[in-house]
Design a protein around this ligand. Structure first.
Ligand SMILES: O=P(O)(O)OC[C@H]1O[C@](O)(CO)[C@@H](O)[C@@H]1O
Length: 448
């Protein structure tokens, strides 16, 4: 079976074998604490068994709802932010056509999908209304808390548009709410209005929720195979839970990043060579940023899209402050083939590549860059993804989630809370005049 693998052989000049061995005890304790659910944040570990223990009845409802949306909608709006958005977008961009929304309907076969509620931009919302026009559309509103401002505002706007178009009763049949099973404003509205609802389990935090209805409904609407995605995640779980330390890639990734952190590497740059991985990096940034960036600790998760960013950020990575290490995401196999032709007159000087695949050029750029960055004292880690398919992506999601839990415990933080995100919310509510924030409002206005 092809599997997602982790290769840190290129860090030999930065990390000795002994250092890795010496981390074994700490890593195994961290893994035990995670799996046995005895550590901080242990009420948010539902994601560990999710790939093998999910609600099958709800899974069938997700597929049914996806089929309905595919049959009655030209456009699906996915409203959500952070963990209620990034996983679905990562999966759809990785698994489906690079130009999913613009390619012809005959090629795509499924509704166009737009993400909104992940900013407060008036321009973006207005422009999206233009894109929808008078076409049939549905909404998947996703918010675990049911109270997050950005998606709540987008939902008000697009619900109004939907109700104007179809009337309240018909619109209600086109709204799918993914939220807490009992609490929150969204659950309340859904019950009042009769929307179909899907559950974000209590014990699964937003950034770990891609394999719940949060990710699965939009992914299924896009035509990607969510059964295979879950199978991949289940095999990732098996590997993470039941492989001994020496061969355990997820645990090793946690170990290596903690060793590099202790050596002063404050930034991890996740690099990809496929544009379709861009949102996988965005998903990964939230996963690691919210999980580890606390108590004045943590590695800052950054990302680059290569080779594009080699022509911008490449200079800094090669030659700037030596604060970072790089983790490369490599998609090992490329299903498609573009072979370079030969021209009679070699005006552009590219005839030396005649007969070669563009993917060979891409992989050569990657290998050359890994060596150059290593020579520039940027330790290089490699995460290999066997293929651009659902099974591999499911494994990859699980690999990063599990490693994140182990890594957070090794760092000595609670990887499953995010107290820091509340500060901006409090200030924003105060400035907006939300009831209950009056005193804070006065204080803030004086400072502006
Ligand atoms: O699903 P919700 O509750 O709207 O939250 C969205 C995101 O906002 C955060 O709570 C941060 O404010 C993230 O942790 C979460 O993924």
């Amino acid at each position: 079976m092809a599997k997602v693998t982790f290769d840190y052989s290129r860090t030999a000049q930065f990390i000795s074998k002994e250092e890795v061995e010496n981390s074994k005890v700490l890593a195994e304790v961290a893994k035990k604490v995670l799996v046995e659910k005895t550590g901080a944040g242990n009420d948010f570990l539902g994601w560990i068994d999710l790939p093998v223990d999910y609600d099958k009845e709800e899974f069938a409802r997700i597929q049914k709802a996806a089929a309905k949306i595919q049959s009655d909608s030209e456009v699906l709006l996915v409203i959500g932010i952070g963990g209620s958005y990034l996983g679905a977008r990562a999966a759809i961009e990785f698994l489906r056509h690079s130009f999913y929304n613009s390619v012809s309907k005959e090629v795509r076969k499924t509704p166009e999908i737009y993400f909104v509620g992940n900013s407060l931009s008036t321009r973006y919302i207005k422009d999206l209304m233009d894109v929808i026009g008078d076409r049939d559309f549905s909404i998947n509103m996703i918010s675990k808390s049911g109270t997050t401002t950005e998606p709540a505002i987008a939902f008000r706007v697009f619900k109004e548009m939907l109700e104007k178009k179809y009337g309240k009763a018909e619109a209600a049949k086109r709204i799918y709410a993914t939220t807490d099973k009992a609490r929150g404003a969204l659950k309340h509205v859904a019950d009042e209005e009769g929307y179909e609802t899907f559950v974000v389990p209590d014990d699964v935090g937003g950034r770990f929720s891609v394999l719940t209805a949060v990710g699965l409904l939009p992914i299924a609407v896009s035509g990607a195979d969510i059964t295979k995605l879950m199978e991949g995640a289940a095999s990732g779980r098996e590997l993470a839970l039941n492989t001994p330390f020496e061969e355990n890639d997820a645990v090793k990734y946690a170990v290596i990043r903690n060793i590099l952190h202790q050596k002063g590497k404050a930034v991890e740059v996740l690099a990809n060579y496929e544009p379709s991985l861009h949102y996988v990096s965005e998903w990964w940034k939230q996963l690691y940023g919210e999980s580890e960036g606390k108590d004045q600790k943590g590695i800052f998760p950054a990302s680059v899209d290569l080779t594009a960013d080699l022509h911008s950020m490449g200079q800094f990575i090669q030659d700037g402050s030596r604060i970072m290490y790089e983790t490369v995401l490599e998609v090992e196999t490329c299903e498609d083939e573009i072979v370079m032709g030969e021209e009679a007159v070699d005006l552009d000087g590219l005839n030396y590549l005649a007969g070669k695949n563009v993917d060979f050029v891409n992989k050569s750029a990657m290998n050359g860059t890994i060596l150059a960055h290593t020579d520039g004292n940027v330790p290089n880690l490699l995460v290999k993804i066997p293929a651009q398919d659902e099974f591999s992506l499911g494994q990859l999601f699980y690999f990063f989630e599990f490693a994140c839990g182990v890594s957070g415990y090794m760092l000595g933080v609670n990887p499953f809370n995010q107290p820091g995100v509340e500060s901006y919310k409090k200030n924003m509510f105060a400035l907006l005049g939300k009831p209950g924030y009056e005193a804070q409002r006065e204080e803030l206005l004086k400072r502006l």
